[in-house]
Design a protein around this ligand. Structure first.
Ligand code: IMP
Ligand code: MG
Length: 169
């Protein structure tokens, strides 16, 4: 499989993102919310690079089934354990594609009255956007390719790859 973004490039980018986030959230004890499963590796690298007091929680959504196209129906499989009200919330996503998942999550979290809500996504695929969403911290903007590795899967496979790779058709 072809390496699309190497582990070194990812490492550097996550550190850049952490530096920006750190200046914005120092002393705020933010709640980082990871969308499972894709964000789990990004989340663990990000929180270690941040090196500020923070809390972490996860929720789980699904829309893909076993294909490479979003089904468009987003389902909350597992909710947060942490109350969001009055917290500075940073939603951490692996990749934003159609934007449907992010839009769904933002609406859901916004209803719980966080003190602030921002989004960090390692990857952004704007070519396939169906709903406009704003992402506050973006790692890489990429073309319309299906990628795997660094937490991202195809049908639950390849999450373990340390580099982000392009899945051949
Ligand atoms: P969206 O709702 O279409 O924006 O899709 C968001 C979710 O789809 C992400 O959180 C990923 O789990 C998954 N996804 C989108 N594009 C890719 C990809 O290229 N590789 C692996 N998963 C992807
Ligand atoms: Mg996925």
């Amino acid at each position: 499989m072809e390496v699309f973004i190497s582990r070194d490039q990812i490492f550097e980018k996550v550190n850049d993102l952490a530096a920006q986030i750190k200046t914005d959230y120092e002393n705020e004890n933010p709640l980082l919310v990871g969308a499972l499963k894709g964000s789990f590796i990004m989340m663990s690298d990000l929180v270690r690079a941040l090196d500020i007091p923070l809390e972490v929680d996860f929720l789980s959504v699904s829309s893909y089934g076993a294909g490479t196209e979003s089904s468009g129906r987003i389902e909350l499989r597992q909710d947060l354990k942490t109350p969001v009200e009055n917290r500075h919330v940073l939603l951490v996503e692996d990749i934003v594609d159609t934007g449907l998942t992010l839009n769904f999550l933002i609406e859901k979290l916004q209803k719980r009255n966080p003190k602030s809500l921002r989004v960090c996504a390692l990857l952004d695929k704007p070519a396939r956007r169906e709903v406009p969403v704003s992402i506050d911290y973006v790692g890489f903007t990429i073309p319309d390719k299906f990628i795997v590795g660094y937490g991202l899967d195809f049908d639950e496979k390849y999450r373990y790859l340390p580099d982000i790779c392009c899945l051949e058709d």
